[in-house]
Design a protein. Sequence first.
Length: 380
Amino acid sequence: MNVLPPWQWPRAAYIHIPFCAHHCGYCDFAIAVGQDEQIDAYLDALALELQTLGTPQAVRSIFLGGGTPSHLNCAQLERLLVLVRRWLLLEAQGEFSIEVNPDSMDEAKVKVLADHGITRVSLGAQSFHPHLLQVLERLHGPDQVARAVEWVRQRIVNLSVDLIFGAPGQTVADWKSDLDRVLALEPTHLSTYGLTYEKGTPLWKQRERGLLVALDEESEWQLYREAIDILEEAGFEHYEISNFARAGYRSVHNQVYWANEAYFGFGMGAARYVLGRRETNTRDLRTYLRKILAGESAIFQSEELGEEERARETLAIQLRRAEGIARCRFRLQTGRELDELAGEAIRRQVELGLLRDEGETVALTRSGKYVADAVIERLL
Ligand code: SF4
C-alpha cells in the first residue's frame, strides 16, 4: 500500500474503451466507430499498458468508461474484466463501475459483469422522448432503457442513469416527464448534463448552418432548476453540480476527480494525474495501438502544474461539490491558504448570496449553483 496522500498517489483508476456503434451528434469524446476488428488488439494493448504499473495497485475505485464498454461482446468483456482485476486490486467496499448503453446490453453481458465483480452500472439513457433521442442522434429507444434497467437490476443494485437537458426543442414538460420516467426506474444515482455544442461535432455543425436552434440560457436554467427541485423532493442529494445520489450512493470515482486527487488512466485518450503530473494519451486509435504494442509510451500531452496553478485548479474543482472547500484540507493538499488566493473574491460572492462561508468551509449556495461557472471564474 502506497503511503503518499491521495492527491499524490492514485486510489482510483480509469480505463477507456473507445468503441461505439455510432457517433452521437453531440459527442466529442475519444471514440472509435466502425473499427470493431481492432477490439482484440486494443485489449492486447491495454494489457501492456496496465503492465507498466509494475506491481498490482490497490484502489478504491475502478471506472470503465467510453466510448461504450458494453459494445464489447461477452468474451471481450470477460477478457477486459479479468485483465483489469489482475493489475488493480479493489479494496473492500470499493466501487467497480462500467458505462453501458441501452442498445448494447443484454442479459448475458450483465451476467459477465456481475460474475467479474462489477458493482455499479452507469446507463446512458439521455432522454425518454423519441424526438429528443433523434435530435441527439442516439441509437436506442425509450423501451430499451427500461429493459436494460430490468436486466441490470437482476444482479447489480447500484445503478446510475445519465440524462441530458437543453436539447433543441425540449420543453419543460418534456424534461419533467423524463425526470418522472427515470425516477420510476428507481436508480441509486443520477447525472443530468446540460447539452453543450462542442466545436466540430455534428450538432455544432447543424447549429452553425442554422439547421437547429439551441435553447436560450434562461430556458436551460429553468430545466436545471426543475431537476434540482424534483430530484431533491424525491430524496436525492444534490452532491455535485450535475450529480444526484441516494444516501450512501455518491460516485466514489467522481468524488476523486472533484477532490482533485490523483488517478491512473489507461487506454486511448485517457488522462491520468499521478505525483502532480497530468498526462493524456493520444486520441488516435491507430497511433495508440502502434505505440503501445511496440512497447512505447502513448502519451500525447504532459504537464506538471506549479503550486499556485494546482491550488487554483483545486479551488475550481472542489467548489463544484455540495460540501465545497474545506480550508484546512485545502491547505494540506495544496500548500496554499484559500483566503490568500481568493479571500476578497469569496467575500464579494458571499455578499451576493452566491457562496456561503461557514468558517471552515466555503460552498455554493443554491443560487450560486445556477451560475457556478461564473462564480468559479470570479474566484480565479
Ligand atoms: S455512445 Fe457515448 S461515447 Fe459513443 S458516440 Fe455516443 S455519446 Fe459518444
